[in-house]
Design a protein around this ligand. Sequence first.
Ligand code: SF4
Length: 170
Amino acid sequence: MELKTASIQGVKLNYYYICKRKLWLFAKGISMEHNSDRVLSGKVIHENSYPRMKKREVLIDGLVKLDIVDGDYIREVKISSKMSKADRMQLLYYLYYLKEKGVEKKGLINYVKERRVEEIELTEDDELEIEKAVKGIEQVLQLKSPPEVINARICKKCAYYLFCYVEEED
Ligand code: SF4
């Protein structure tokens, strides 16, 4: 089945909502995430969380990797809810992607630090927002140079922090 939107990695949608410069750098293969302790601890938490839940990891089209939990839900595990809008949109994109393929699921986001689980359902408004975001992502990726540094509090925790601010100071 032809998808209504281009297929993209879910993480790109996540970065689109966090910082368009981050999205651009990541998409161009400038990867520094392995330098980030936050990402490393995220992986450890992901591997050790909720060991008793019945789950299956599924890779769809070599692009979207999902935890399927108890059949009805797909799940994302996040350290905290600081980026909840971006996390929510990423999971909604997965629900959208599956729906386009004829599979309807609901989503769960486990926020580990807060020990909180949020249930996510895809609405028509969400679908429109996702379609708009995917177009926005395509526009960002067509830029010849990265979007401006955003000078936000989150920059200090970003894997690209040195890259962005050292480059700025030169
Ligand atoms: S350091 Fe800030 S401006 Fe640079 S990519 Fe990260 S969030 Fe964006």
